[in-house]
Design a protein around this ligand. Structure first.
Ligand code: SF4
Length: 151
């Protein structure tokens, strides 16, 4: 069976992976391999075709020419906003090399994963990052950075 990613044309059922636990049901319209329309799925038993404007207009965001498509490496001083694009291989190698060095020299608890939720859907929140850093043995963070700050 072909995956959604390889199918060029058609209307495909999906669910939103962004901010809300309800995960609105979606119909993804594809033409020539590109998503041309995102629509609420009227057959979804809970959300019944309703979605927010952010996701209704998602195609503009996905294909916007200003969207970042490669990792950026800071080459200036902090705050100068000077970056250069690098490959994914270089980015992963830069990060993992530094982590390995820190773990060897200081122990895994010298690494603090500083993040909170970002996307809050059931598919993406509290997922692989928690498992990854727990397995690494990094320091653990009370995951409520922006929530507490907002309160
Ligand atoms: S309201 Fe919008 S962001 Fe939230 S799950 Fe539905 S489509 Fe996604």
């Amino acid at each position: 069976m072909k995956s959604f990613a390889t199918q060029q044309n058609g209307i495909f059922k999906s669910v939103c992976s962004l901010d809300c636990p309800d995960q609105c049901g979606l119909l993804i319209h594809k033409k020539d391999g590109k998503i041309v329309k995102v629509q609420g799925d009227p057959d979804h038993p809970v959300t019944a075709g309703n979605i927010c404007n952010k996701v209704r207009n998602m195609t503009e965001r996905i294909y916007d020419e200003k969207r970042l498509t490669t990792p950026l490496k800071r080459t200036g001083a902090k705050g100068q906003a000077i970056f250069e694009p690098i490959s994914w291989d270089e980015a992963i190698d830069t990060i993992t090399s530094r982590w390995k060095q820190l773990i060897d020299e200081e122990g895994a608890e010298s690494i603090l994963p500083y993040s909170f939720y970002g996307n809050m859907g059931k598919l993406t929140a509290e997922g692989m990052d928690r498992r990854f850093f727990y397995r690494m043995g990094s320091s653990q963070l009370e995951r409520t950075i922006c929530s507490k700050a907002g309160s």
